[in-house]
Design a protein around this ligand. Structure first.
Ligand SMILES: *[C@@H]1O[C@H](CO)[C@@H](O)[C@H](O)[C@H]1NC(C)=O
Ligand SMILES: *[C@@H]1O[C@H](CO)[C@@H](O)[C@H](O)[C@H]1NC(C)=O
Ligand SMILES: *[C@@H]1O[C@H](CO)[C@@H](O)[C@H](O)[C@H]1NC(C)=O
Ligand SMILES: *[C@@H]1O[C@H](CO)[C@@H](O)[C@H](O)[C@H]1NC(C)=O
Length: 380
């Protein structure tokens, strides 16, 4: 018994010596809630990028009444020449490959605290990255389409945007394409199936006399006459979300229904079962179906909500299905385990146990030797 206590004390001592400490998080108390934000940021290397703490997507919180800090690897971030904090947003001036990683914003008021981790991926400007970086937009065959340069940082300045298709500048001829200086969209006339593909819009501007580019990749999908009645899931390629055990995750499923939402149905499956069969205790649920109407038609969004991620989620295939009488589309989604970006103790608890067992074995051996020595000394 005494030896156990000693071993634990010794283990703790070693942990302290090696710089581990339960209070390593220098940002205060452990938070009640942890969220892994399921939508990653993908940006282009050497370009200006911003990431915003997505807290308002989860909580009705007034940012002026809370303390918000950004952490990386468990320590609070400070402003540097390259990364600057502006209210709830981190500015990368510019983002480079080494900035790839997980950033966590900790939002705290007097009685509540939530940690939200957001993943940033800085990628090369090459076609192999486009499937990750792209923003999807949908146009109808034989119609006119207004393509928007999406998710631009907030600027009040005059904007100049250059447009490209498959790497070549888009001719601003007013016949097939048209775009005006100072606007963030381009018009495509008489849309045909050949208009499908990757477009690029590039905004160039300067901050404090340093020039930056912000490029967005748009994948344009053309809906042909034949299937224009069928629902379309935006970004319907396989989603893999890295989430840490115990955190909350919300996976969006956004469906474009055109002007034909009549009999649209949207639902989620887990390994082929309905969500309320997969999770009988409401740990995993479907959110409320949200509807928004835009000029180009109606959008529906049905989130899948994990109150806290458990082991079984890592071995389950999730699917969002959107269907009407004309056809269906499926969004497959998978959750893989992420090294925790939250307070390190989640990952550290098993490590601590392993470490203590090793320490105990080590001490037990060491003590045996010690005893022998004592014995021989006593004899002589
Ligand atoms: C964060 O931790 C990882 C793994 O320990 C390390 O590779 C990375 O350089 C760290 N990043 C920063 C910004 O400290
Ligand atoms: C802190 O935030 C929580 C969650 O939004 C809210 O319910 C609570 O009223 C807030 N408390 C204070 C003291 O502002
Ligand atoms: C912006 O992009 C253009 C063309 O892609 C390139 O020539 C220019 O050097 C870039 N500017 C900066 C500041 O990176
Ligand atoms: C889901 O299916 C996979 C493969 O078919 C299986 O290995 C896994 O155990 C299933 N998940 C659950 C939670 O039953």
């Amino acid at each position: 018994m005494k030896m156990w206590v000693q071993s634990i004390l010794f283990g703790t001592f070693l942990l302290e010596t090696y710089g581990f400490s339960v209070n390593r998080m220098n940002i205060g108390e452990k938070c009640q809630a942890r969220i892994t934000h399921s939508v990653d940021y993908y940006v282009i290397n050497e370009e200006l990028a911003t990431i915003t703490c997505p807290v308002s997507q989860y909580l009705p919180i007034d940012l002026s009444t809370v303390q918000l800090v950004w952490t990386r690897n468990g320590s609070e971030m400070q402003d540097t020449a390259e990364i600057q904090r502006k209210r709830d947003t981190l500015w990368f001036l510019p983002a480079v490959k080494e900035h790839t990683g997980i950033y966590t914003c900790v939002v705290r008021n007097a009685s509540y605290c939530v940690e939200i981790s957001v993943s940033l991926n800085v990628m090369s400007d090459t076609p192999s990255s486009f499937p990750y970086i792209k923003y999807e937009q949908i146009a109808y065959e034989n119609a006119q389409f207004l393509m928007i340069c999406p998710a631009l940082p907030d600027f009040t300045d005059h904007m100049t945007i250059n447009w490209f298709k498959e790497g070549k500048p888009l001719p601003n001829d007013g016949i097939k394409y048209g775009y005006l200086d100072g606007t963030t969209y381009a018009l495509i006339n008489d849309v045909s199936l050949e208009d499908e593909g990757y477009y690029k819009c590039q905004l160039t501007f300067s901050i404090e006399n340093i020039n930056y580019n912000v490029t967005r990749i748009i994948q344009l999908r053309i809906i042909d006459q034949g299937i224009r009645q069928q629902p379309v899931i935006l970004n319907s390629n396989q989603k893999t979300i890295a989430a840490s055990l115990g955190s909350k995750v919300v996976i969006p499923c956004k469906v474009y229904a055109g002007h034909n939402d009549g009999d649209l149905m949207v639902w989620w499956l887990a390994n082929g079962s309905f969500v309320n069969d997969y999770s009988k205790d409401d740990r995993v649920t479907e959110g409320v179906l949200q509807e928004t109407t835009e000029v180009e038609g109606q959008y529906f969004e049905l989130p899948l909500i994990f109150e806290r991620i458990e082991e079984e989620d890592f071995i389950t295939d999730f699917q969002c299905i959107a269907a009407n009488e004309y056809g269906q589309e499926i969004l497959p989604a998978q959750i893989k385990q992420a090294a925790s970006s939250f307070a390190w103790y989640i990952a550290a608890v098993p490590a601590l146990v392993v470490f203590l067992i090793i320490a105990i074995i080590f001490i037990a051996k060491h003590r045996k030797c010690g005893n022998k020595k004592d014995y021989s000394l006593a004899k002589s």
